[in-house]
Design a protein around this ligand. Structure first.
Ligand code: ASP
Ligand code: MG
Length: 452
């Protein structure tokens, strides 16, 4: 369908009643918007994860539940406590209480997903009521009817063809004369059991829905007016980037800026759907458009950092001149379902980084680097694990074809110990590792030299 927009609002955009009113303004400001995808209100998923991990005693659980109630109450109060929706929210709270108790006896990843899905279920119910109060023909939609995933609870993968078929049957008609309000982050497996796409997954949900219904545009509304040249809290001269290519945005989301979930770009670029990132509080401030082609293609577009990287150095003298060693190593990572970020090799060793941080991780926030994985690696090679590293990514265009890229970058940080460099695999990035203590300074200097 042409001229059909999917608008996604993040946790801070639906944090309270006032913020939700801003979202309503944004939705109503674009007549093409017929699907609204929401995160849980800011803080709610973290609180639910605490309950789901099952470590709290009765009192601890109740204290967390009271915090969740307070967030819902703020919105309910703004809405004037309508009976039906107030009861619905009470039901969710009751459900959360019972499941938290279950988790404290014994938890598991499927139970975690059931608990944390309540955040998005509640925010969407409240927002639907708010839209109705503003006179809109809005309807609440359970995304689990379309968002089919595999059964990897906590980090489920979407099944694209099924999502498309289901959306054709369940959503296509509804969006013609309604504004459909639905949940990001959550899905269901073939048996209808609730799954989640991993923390920050709502952006990905919005892009997947956009792909499934052939949307003309996906909007990601957050608390900043677009994607910045770097984190503006760190560098005061950082500024929003008006446009980015899908390739650049994919590198940025994977290696740095936390504005977008890394997988978001995939569905959008598969179907060539432009993605807009802007601030729901200040839509007039503009934002970033992500498209296949952009007008300008600067060598340096942004610098970003990602903390909490783990560097694994895998050494084996059997690797020298041998075949298949890498296949063995990567086979072990695949078996444990762990995604590898950067890779460099020498004759007898491989250095690999994995993200131990929050973003892109499992929904329960647990580290993905397990003892089982390390033991399997130790069977075939010598393993050194180093933590406390920060990945620096420089994002741009045709980087390995531009003369002097390396010298511009490294002369700016000549006195910093650089641990690992990845350059040349992508035209759109140059990445390296530094000690966590050097990260901020490196970003500041690179911004001055490359982007100011
Ligand atoms: N509510 C989920 C989270 O906090 C998903 C999202 O906000 O994208 O991770
Ligand atoms: Mg997010």
């Amino acid at each position: 369908m042409s001229n059909l927009c999917v608008a996604k609002f993040g946790g801070s955009s639906v944090a309270n009643y006032e913020a939700m009113q801003n979202c309503a303004n944004v939705v109503l400001g674009n007549p093409a918007t017929h699907v609204v995808v929401l995160s849980a209100s800011s803080g709610v998923t973290n609180l639910l994860v605490e309950l789901a991990n099952g470590q709290l005693d009765k009192e601890g659980q109740e204290a967390v539940i009271q915090k969740i109630i307070a967030i819902q109450e703020n919105i309910l109060e703004g809405l004037g406590h309508p009976k039906e929706i107030t009861e619905e929210i009470e039901k969710h709270i009751k459900d959360i209480r019972a499941l938290a108790h279950e988790a404290s006896m014994q938890t598991n990843t499927a139970l975690v997903d059931r608990i944390i899905s309540n955040g998005e279920l509640m925010s969407t119910k409240l927002f639907t009521e708010l839209m109705k109060q503003r006179g809109v023909k809005a309807c609440w939609f359970d995304v689990r009817k379309v968002m089919r995933t595999d059964s990897v609870f906590g980090r489920a993968a979407p099944i694209i063809e099924v999502i498309r078929t289901q959306a054709g049957q369940e959503l296509a008609n509804l969006v013609k004369d309604h504004i459909v309000i639905t949940q990001g982050f959550i899905g269901a497996n073939a048996e209808g059991r609730t799954t989640t796409l991993g923390r920050g997954g709502s952006d990905y949900s919005a892009a997947l829905i956009g792909e499934a219904i052939d949307a003309s545009e996906v909007e990601i509304w957050t608390d900043v007016p677009g994607i910045y040249t770097t984190d503006p809290r760190l560098v005061s001269t950082a500024h929003p980037i008006p446009e980015l290519t899908f390739d650049e945005a994919a590198e940025m989301a994977t290696f740095g800026a936390k504005v977008l979930h890394p997988a978001t770009i995939q569905p959008a670029s598969r179907r060539n759907i432009p993605v807009f990132v802007g601030s729901s509080k200040n839509p007039a401030a503009g934002g970033t458009w992500i498209r296949t082609e952009t007008q300008s293609k600067p060598t340096f577009r942004a610098v970003a950092m990602r903390k909490d990287q783990v560097l694994l150095t895998l050494k084996s003298f059997k690797m020298a001149g041998a075949c298949g060693f890498m296949a063995t190593i990567f086979g072990i990572f695949a078996k444990h379902g762990l995604s590898v970020d950067l890779v460099t090799t020498s004759e007898v060793s491989i250095a690999i980084t994995v993200d131990n941080g929050f973003s892109g991780g499992n929904s329960d926030g647990k580290s993905s680097l397990s003892d089982a994985l390390l033991n399997d690696l130790r069977e075939v090679c010598n393993v050194t694990v180093e933590e406390g590293l920060t990945l620096i990514a420089i994002i741009g265009n045709d980087m390995s074809y531009s003369t002097g890229t390396g010298s511009k970058v490294f002369s700016a940080i000549f006195d910093v110990n650089v641990r690992m460099i990845c350059y040349g695999a992508s035209l759109h990035s140059l990445c390296f590792l530094v000690d966590a203590k050097d990260g901020d300074e490196v970003i500041k200097r690179l911004h001055v030299h490359l982007l100011d």
